[in-house]
Design a protein around this ligand. Structure first.
Ligand code: PMP
Length: 450
């Protein structure tokens, strides 16, 4: 009979899967190491076991002891599987910005979850760094894991993930591309692959708001590079000991939006339901495409499962709130939102009336009509020019200073045609929506849409 003696034995030997559609413009074979197939649904199962193995061997933790780690996610899950099978208690210290689902998942696998406030400095006694450290000091027979500086993390990937990739590609791999957080994955896999073949190029995928790329390129730890970002799992505001810059050839940074959009594309176009950092990783591959030749074999690693991001990347409202949903803007009608009734002025009204209306509605141009329809327009720069010529302009009728009418287009006019109609003289176009209804599109609307 073939069976695993416990769940831990099922960790590793994850499949390598060809990416077909997203990478069609890349002249190389792109293969994804899909780590979702691990029992805890992420690559972190591998290093969780290795870190506990090494701690046991070094006598850092004894039977019945307590494992303590500051983790909200994948590492906590991996450690939980080990703790259950080896009879340890697990305490996960997490910040209150994490979702309730994440806390519930950790509790489901037996972890005790300690929640700390997010908005306090790292040295504040309430911060999750301080609380983890204090709990480790106060709890007898406990061990603080510290995945950032615990080198068993990278070693797990040197011993497992690297050799698996080498064997699965029959030594033909030419490039390895992967997101970098603690640095364990890239450093362990990178070291192994470079020992096998020093010509293999190892690329890290970094987030905007993280220090890695600049530090690698210049040796400068630039605090200006640090700002908050949305991407999860990759990028840091510290230099973890697990990042071995010597085995990394370069970094590419992927935006929060691109990472999210490509995570959705992996699910929709490849049927690979993976997490946010996988979207960043595949976008990183596309950004690096000029480095690949037709016979190259590029391996990209996907860290975790899409199920952790249901309420985020896979939720349309979440995406929309952050401006990540790509609206297909092709025609005039795609640019029209819920603007309400078109604001206009009449030829016989005074210029002061038009100015008042423009101020009230916060608009920079206004169509002018008479009984026959649209016959003119006014915009800020024309008003300004007219004022310079005649200081009493506001008491004149609009028809004395109005410019030519905005062109009227149909709903189906392409954005290209529309853009050509908007120029120095002509600041807007009117879209005929039928039933004598019109809406206005300005240069600003087109720029906002792109
Ligand atoms: N992606 C996700 C989802 C992760 O949880 C992590 C771990 N922080 C990474 C990428 C980066 O992996 P590593 O820590 O091995 O650099």
């Amino acid at each position: 009979m073939k069976y695993a003696k416990n769940i831990l034995e099922t960790i590793g030997n994850t499949p390598l899967v060809k990416i077909n559609k997203i990478t069609k413009d890349i002249d190389a074979l792109v293969l994804a190491k899909v780590e979702t197939f691990n029992p805890g649904n992420s690559v972190k199962d591998r290093m969780a076991v290795k870190m506990v193995d090494d701690a046991e061997a070094a006598g850092l933790i004894k039977p019945g002891g307590t494992i303590i780690e500051g983790t909200s996610g994948n590492t906590g899950m991996g450690l939980a599987l080990v703790a259950i099978n080896r009879g340890y208690k697990l305490v996960c210290v997490i910040s209150d910005k994490q979702s309730k689902e994440k806390m519930d998942v950790l509790r489901a696998v037996g972890a005790e979850v300690v929640v700390c406030p997010t908005n306090v400095a790292p040295d504040d006694p309430r911060s999750y760094y301080s609380v983890s450290k204090r709990l480790a000091e106060e709890t007898p027979n406990s061990w603080y894991v510290n995945q950032y500086d615990n080198l068993s993390n990278a070693q797990a990937h040197y011993e497992q993930t690297g050799p698996e990739i080498w064997e699965q590609t029959e030594g033909k791999i030419t490039h390895f591309v992967v997101g970098v957080g603690t640095g364990g994955t890239i450093s362990g896999v990178g070291k192994y692959l470079k020992e096998k073949n020093p010509n293999i190029k190892v690329w890290g995928v970094d987030a905007y708001g993280s220090v890695f790329k600049k530090y690698h390129e210049t040796g400068i730890f630039d605090e200006n590079e640090i700002y908050s970002y949305i991407t999860e799992g990759i990028g840091e505001d510290i230099l973890p000991k697990n990042v071995n810059f010597d085995v990394i050839d370069g970094f590419t940074k992927v935006t929060d939006k691109d990472g999210a959009v490509f995570t959705r594309r992996l699910a929709k176009e490849e049927g690979i339901f993976v997490g946010y950092s996988a979207g960043s990783a595949i976008k990183g591959v596309l950004q690096l495409k000029q480095h690949f030749k037709p016979d190259d074999v590029v391996v990209v690693l996907f860290h975790d499962s899409g199920s952790r991001y249901i309420a985020k990347v896979f939720n349309d409202d979440w995406m929309r709130d952050r401006g990540f949903l790509e609206k297909d803007v092709k025609h005039a009608e795609d640019l029209i939102g819920a603007e309400g009734e078109l604001i206009t002025a009449k030829t016989e009204e005074l210029v002061s009336h038009a100015i008042e209306r423009m101020k009230k509605h916060n608009i920079s141009q206004i169509p002018v009509e008479d009984a026959s329809g649209f016959v003119g327009s006014l915009d800020e720069s024309a008003l300004f020019k007219a004022y310079l010529e005649d200081k009493n302009i506001s008491e004149k009728p609009i028809k004395d200073i109005m410019q030519s009418a905005f062109p009227v287009v149909s709903k189906n006019t392409s954005i290209d045609e529309l853009s050509k109609l908007i120029n120095r003289e002509n600041k807007a176009v009117l879209v005929d929506l039928g039933n004598k209804e019109f809406q206005i599109i300005t240069k600003h609307d087109i720029i906002s849409a792109i």
